[in-house]
Structures are given as C-alpha cells and as structure tokens.
Design a protein around this ligand. Structure first.
Ligand code: HEM
Ligand code: HEM
Length: 126
C-alpha cells in the first residue's frame, strides 16, 4: 500500500503544480481551490500516509488500508472533478459530485484515524 500511496501522490503533485503554473501564466485563478486541494489532499496527504505505512508496515495489514486508499483516491478525483466543473461552468448541479467526493474522503480519513489509533503504539522522545 505504501508504494501505491506514494506513486499516486507524485502523480497528483505533477497535476497540482501544472495547474498552478497554468494559473500563474494565464492569470486565471478560477481553479485555485482545485489546485490547493490537489496539492494538499493529493500530494501532501497521500505522500504522508504512504510514508506512515512504509515506516510502520503493520498498519497496512488486511483489507482496511486498501479500502482507505480507494476511498481517498476516488473521493478526491470525484470532489476535484465536481469542483472544477462547478467553478468553470458556474453550475451548482455539480455540487452533488463535490459533496459525495468529500464524504468519501472524510470516510477515508476516519478509517485512517481508526487504523492509526488501533494499531500504532510509538514512544515519542521527550
Ligand atoms: C510550481 C508550483 C506551483 C505554482 C506555479 C503554484 C501557483 C499558484 C497560484 C498562481 C496560486 C493562486 C494565488 C492567488 O490566488 O493569488 C496558488 C495558490 C495556492 N497554492 Fe500553489 N502553486 C504551486 C505549488 C503548490 C504546492 C506544491 C502547494 C501545496 C503543497 C500549493 C498550495 C497552494 C495553496 C494552498 C493555494 C491557495 C492559497 C490561498 O488560499 O490564498 N501550491 N498557487
Ligand atoms: C474532505 C476534505 C475537505 C473539504 C470538503 C474541504 C473543503 C474546502 C472548501 C469548501 C473550501 C473553500 C473553497 C472556496 O473558497 O471556493 C476550502 C478551502 C481550503 N482548504 Fe479545504 N477542504 C478539505 C480538506 C482540506 C485539507 C486536508 C487541507 C489542508 C491540508 C485543506 C486546505 C484548504 C485551503 C488552503 C483552502 C483555501 C484555498 C483557496 O484559497 O481556495 N482543505 N476547503
């Protein structure tokens, strides 16, 4: 799972910075929230989760981490596509995609919180 998270994170990084460069070059900032969340929920969060799984491999045992990955990925893609359509077309009928995607993402985050609190015991220095 850690490799899958990190590979996906890097793909989001490429998309996120490309969108940032496009916004900077064109001066069109309509998609700022899409850019911000692709970078933060795609690149930063997924890379961090991948590193967490790599460092504590017992966290990725069983089916739950796989479900957490797919919920995070599908939720983010759905939320970002919905938000991009909503912003560019100015049409609130795409809100259901944003809401469904956010719900899936929140479920993925809750699942991660469960996995970490149930399975991780570490000694923090200090
Ligand atoms: C080459 C890389 C990048 C470029 C060219 C770029 C470009 C931009 C631009 C043009 C804006 C809009 C600024 C405005 O509204 O005045 C923006 C906003 C933002 N970017 Fe990037 N960006 C890059 C990478 C990143 C990365 C790696 C992250 C996060 C890890 C990030 C996070 C954000 C956030 C959170 C905002 C919204 C800031 C706010 O709310 O005011 N960006 N970026
Ligand atoms: C399911 C999770 C999330 C949802 C539903 C969500 C939703 C939102 C919404 C509705 C906005 C306002 C967008 C607008 O002004 O058009 C926003 C802005 C923002 N969020 Fe999130 N967010 C989520 C997760 C996160 C996370 C995890 C981070 C950081 C790690 C983050 C960072 C930001 C930033 C920096 C902005 C300002 C971006 C801008 O200037 O457009 N969000 N978010």
């Amino acid at each position: 799972m850690c490799q899958r998270f990190i590979h996906t994170a890097v793909l989001f990084f490429v998309v996120g910075v490309s969108l940032g460069a496009y916004m900077g070059l064109t001066g069109n900032f309509t998609l700022v929230p899409v850019h911000a969340h692709i970078n933060l929920l795609g690149w930063v969060s997924m890379a961090l989760i991948g590193l967490l799984y790599a460092h504590y491999p017992h966290l990725q045992r069983g089916r739950l981490p796989k479900l957490q990955y797919w919920l995070h990925l599908a939720g983010l893609v759905l939320m970002m596509s919905g938000l991009a359509l909503l912003k560019t077309m100015n049409d609130t009928s795409f809100l259901f995609m944003v809401i469904t995607g956010s719900g899936m993402l929140i479920a993925a985050v809750l699942l991660l919180a469960y996995l970490v609190t149930a399975r991780l015991r570490i000694e923090c220095a200090g």
